[in-house]
Ligand binder design. Structure first.
Ligand code: IPE
Ligand code: MG
Length: 197
C-alpha cells in the first residue's frame, strides 16, 4: 500500500518512472458503474502517486494517459476524457506548482480540444521554472507515431539539404523524438493487469 512506504526503507528509487494508465473501464465495470466513473476515479490514485514519487525523490514521472490509439474510441468518451483533463489540470496546477513540480506534455497536442491546449499551455508556463520533479503527461501520444514523426522530420531536413543522411546517428535521431527529451525510463508500470507496452 502506498501509504505505508517509508522513505528509510527504500534502497533504490528510479530516476525516471513511467506509468501506462490502464484499466479504468474494467474497474468501473466490476463495480457496475459507467466507464466515465472509472476515468474519474483514476484521478485520486494519480494524485497520490505524484505526491509519493516527489517525496521519494523520483526525478521524472511520465504518465501515459490518452494514447493516439484512443482516438478510435467513441466521440462521447473522448469528449468526457478531455473535459476531465481540463478539470483535473485546473484543480491540481496550484498545488503542483507550490510543490516545485514542473509539468511538461508530449504527444499530438495540436489535435486536442482548444480549451485543453490552452490549459496545457498555462500549466507548462506556470511551472516552467520549477526545479522539483518533472511530471510529463503523454496525451495523444504513441511511441510508433513518435518514431514516424522523427523519421519525417529528418527526411525533410535531408530533402532540404540541411543534413547529410550519414549524419543521422542515434543522437541525431533521439533529438527528433519527443520521448528522448527525457532520460531513459528506469521502471515502467502498466496498471490494469495487461502485460504489454
Ligand atoms: C485507461 O483506462 C484510461 C485511458 C486510456 C484514458 P481504459 O479506458 O483503457 O480502461 P480499460 O482498459 O477499458 O479497462
Ligand atoms: Mg485500456
Amino acid at each position: 500500500m502506498v501509504a505505508s512506504v517509508k522513505k528509510e526503507s527504500v534502497v533504490t528509487v528510479p530516476g525516471h518512472l513511467a506509468v501506462i494508465m490502464d484499466g479504468n473501464g474494467r474497474w468501473a465495470r466490476r463495480k457496475a458503474l459507467p466507464r466515465q466513473a472509472g476515468h474519474r476515479a483514476g484521478i485520486k490514485p494519480v494524485r497520490a502517486m505524484v505526491e509519493h514519487c516527489a517525496k521519494l525523490g523520483v526525478k521524472h514521472l511520465t504518465l501515459f494517459t490518452f494514447s493516439s490509439e484512443n482516438w478510435k474510441r467513441p466521440g462521447e468518451e473522448i469528449r468526457l476524457l478531455m473535459a476531465l483533463f481540463v478539470e483535473a489540470l485546473n484543480s491540481e496546477v496550484d498545488e503542483l506548482d507550490q510543490n516545485g513540480i514542473k509539468l511538461t506534455f508530449m504527444g499530438e497536442i495540436d489535435r486536442l480540444h482548444p480549451t485543453l491546449q490552452e490549459t496545457i499551455r498555462v500549466a507548462e508556463a506556470r511551472t516552467r521554472n520549477n526545479g522539483g520533479m518533472e511530471l510529463t503527461l503523454a496525451v495523444a501520444y504513441g511511441g510508433r507515431g513518435d518514431l514516424v514523426s522523427a523519421a519525417r522530420r529528418l527526411a525533410r531536413e535531408v530533402a532540404a539539404g540541411m543534413i547529410d543522411p550519414e549524419e543521422i546517428d542515434e543522437a541525431r535521431y533521439a533529438e527528433a523524438l519527443q520521448m528522448a527529451k527525457l532520460p531513459d525510463v528506469d521502471l515502467l508500470i502498466r496498471t490494469g493487469g495487461e502485460r504489454r507496452i
